[in-house]
Design a protein around this ligand. Sequence first.
Ligand SMILES: *Cc1c(COP(=O)(O)O)cnc(C)c1O
Length: 368
Amino acid sequence: MAEKIYLSSPHMSDEGFEMDYIKEAFATNWIAPLGPNVNEFEKEFAVKVGAKYAAAVNTGTAAIHLALRAVGVSEGDIVFCPSLTFSATVNPIIYEKAIPVFIDSDEDTWNMCPIALEAAFLKYPQVKAVIVVHLYGLSADMDKIMAICNHHGVTVIEDAAESLGTLYKGRQTGTFGEYGVFSFNGNKIITTSGGGMLVSDNQERIEKVRFWSTQSRDSARHYQHSELGFNYRMSNISAGIGRGQLKVLDQRIAKKKYIFQFYKQELEKLPGIQFMPINHWNEPNYWLSCITLDGSIKPLEIIEALEGENIESRPLWKPMHQQPFFEWCDFIGGIVSEKLFNSGLCLPSDTKMTDSDQKRICQIIKGL
Ligand SMILES: *Cc1c(COP(=O)(O)O)cnc(C)c1O
């Protein structure tokens, strides 16, 4: 059987940048958490996305958790977030015993619907924070969403875990809200094998986040704590991988875009197939190439046909308001996220794919 094609797998630089940083860490015995790679990765990352400050942590989920704490979200507070997302967006709300309210998607962006968001503010004017997500590297309509949130004076956290490098009107996603969150999990556009970053222009809050992420140690010789702490800091080895990966981010985005355009050219004419929406104000990172189907072919047929050829694809995220664990939560909106889930899928988007890999994938789909 042909070698497996992945949805999106780690892709280290041809130049070996990552290994150079790791070797340096070994040579200087900076194997521990913290160290020079962590500090440099934070600086380089902040410059890349155009944020003032960044705190490197061990997962994107931890970055969301600390962002919520930085906003001051606590027990009983309401937090709005999109229903169509990965559960990692929502779980940290539960860690703090706060209450998620799910917002429907906008058909034109697949992300948080501004109209549903307005309706949610009417119902829950006491809301404490809004988490906006940029799914699959597409950006949410930030002008509209920021205008609504600013009007109500509510803090925005951007979950840009899937959208590193995506531009909205020329500006990087993750820099519109008070806080931006990124992930370097193995399947993301760049990876540190596992890791996350929290960015903000608020220096005091970022320093606080670093403090919390290293067990909230007060500055005393003995171990003294006046606040709850977490062990969330990124390791110096992971940060070395991240510094190397950051150098090839633009290359990865270019390849992801090429993959999307290849599929579009090959498959666009199939009846009932639609590609994810690319708005004129959006320059996506094309993390995953996604489609929806409204004809006779069902997403599961494509997923199973590809699986039979050792090729990985997957459905779109299942909406949070349809998850057993979040059944008790309120949902504001209509049936857009549900429709996307029922009709959509993510095509293999691995940057190591060749043209002939993609041709083969398209042949399988056309053959159905
Ligand atoms: C991957 C992801 C996260 C979480 O990142 P981890 O680094 O895996 O903890 C959060 N939100 C979204 C939308 C993601 O895709």
